[in-house]
Design a protein. Structure first.
Length: 74
């Protein structure tokens, strides 16, 4: 892990643990990422997370997906 306080996100060289939330930053989707083994959280661009930790991104959306039940009429 790099100690410089100006270093954030994947540049910290930490392993992503989970996504805590998401936000829009001037039209760019961002994730609030928590890093394994630390209490550190950073906002990271979704485009970067999609490449560097796709399974974590998938898990984030799987936990939030909802299905609308539709009655099928005979």
């Amino acid at each position: 892990m790099k100690d410089d306080n100006t270093i954030q996100g994947f540049k910290r060289e930490l392993e992503a643990d989970k996504i805590l939330g998401s936000a829009d930053d001037n039209g760019n989707l961002m994730y609030l990422m928590q890093w394994k083994g630390t209490d550190i959280v950073d906002m990271v661009p979704a485009s970067e997370a999609n490449v560097k930790c796709p399974q974590i991104v998938i898990r984030f959306y799987e936990k939030r997906i909802t299905w609308k039940r539709v009655k099928i009429r005979p």
